[in-house]
Ligand binder design. Sequence first.
Ligand code: CO
Length: 460
Amino acid sequence: MAKKIQFVETVLRDANQSLIATRLPFEKFEPMLETIDKAGYYAAECWGGATFDVCLRYLNEDPWERLRKIRAKMPNTKLQMLLRGQNVLGYSHYPDDFVKLFVQKAVENGIDVIRIFDALNDVKNMKVAMDATVKAGAIASGTISYTSSPVHTLAKYVEMVKELKEMGASTICIKDMSGIIGPQEIYDLVSAIKDAVDLPVDLHTHCTTGLAYPVYMKAVEAGVDIIDTAISPFSGGTSQPATETMAYALRQLGYQVDLDDACTTKMANYFKTIRDEFIADGTLIPKALATDTQCLTYQIPGGMLSNLMTQLKQMNALDRLEEVMTETPKVRADMGYPPLVTPTSQMVGVQAVNNVLAGERYKRVSKEIKAYCRGEYGETPAPINPEIQKMILGDEQPLTTRYADSLPPIVEPTRQKLGGLAKSDEDVLSYIAFPNLAEKFFEERKAKEENICAYSIVEA
Ligand code: CO
């Protein structure tokens, strides 16, 4: 019997985030939700990542309400979100009570699959979220943040996967955020994982370097069960490979693909017009759709490279770019080879710039790098260079325990503080995640409600 390959559609989350900075409002994708629901996907990735932040910051949407509205229109498809482990949806670690309640409420509001990762692949930072997901009855997808370095061996990834299974992972996800994994590497990695654990494996990559299509083919050959794709008008470049293209290619090779072509065609036609609107207003820039192979030479993800250039330009030092690019892998090695993903990519990049421009390495150190050296982001893949760590910390001793163990509970004090401004636990969670944005949102909501109220009294 032909092996079945399942698909996760990313147009609502990662494709939206990677191509148009997550600016897709609910109204623009609402007309397609019933079609996506009928198309036969394993899951629709639709929440988490940057969607929460952008809903509050730019779209004046309550992210929780968005989720409930998607759920109502998509009763048959699993809804998936991306969660940064102990960072939840933010950039530093939160206390455990917040992580637990956030996961519980995400599931209550409609999430079925939570893809949980940590920027350092430190499973201690994933455990609370994994436990909460299992407890809430959702699917915990234990995720590897893929990177390559002398310490990131197949054996190490396999060890991590076994730990994730132990923690209750129902699926394993390989997350290649920069699109740097090659076809032989993915073949070896998937084979090793499949040998080690009996769990479905999901592959997530980006087309940034152009490797994604051959990588998906080799991954399927090695036994991958689920692939992440985006409907064609939102595919390619910094986004995922196209859904219809992968379905076509896999069927030709004899695999079973249960997608309904009439549905994907309808989706493609619809999202083509949406994409053209975003091209017309300048939100979708041509560079996002291009192939960028520099990353393969410099080992610096595409997004990070453009950040470095912007930063140097602002400092009138664009002529030092070559030096900064040489310095970046050295800083990464000093820091114990972290995968370059939010927030480690920014931290390493800024430090490389500091090292070059100050004319002396680690003379200027950001507070994030200091916190990193203290162990506040977790255990690094390899030890931090001890001399540099000592230089940065002085007499201060790095943590030997999990940082979140030192953080006091935050939910109850915040609930007390907000009083009537928060109408639900979801509001309290939004506030803890993004206090300024949430407060502004609550106040605008209140004003709107009072207006409606006054109006209805007049009407009556
Ligand atoms: Co991604």
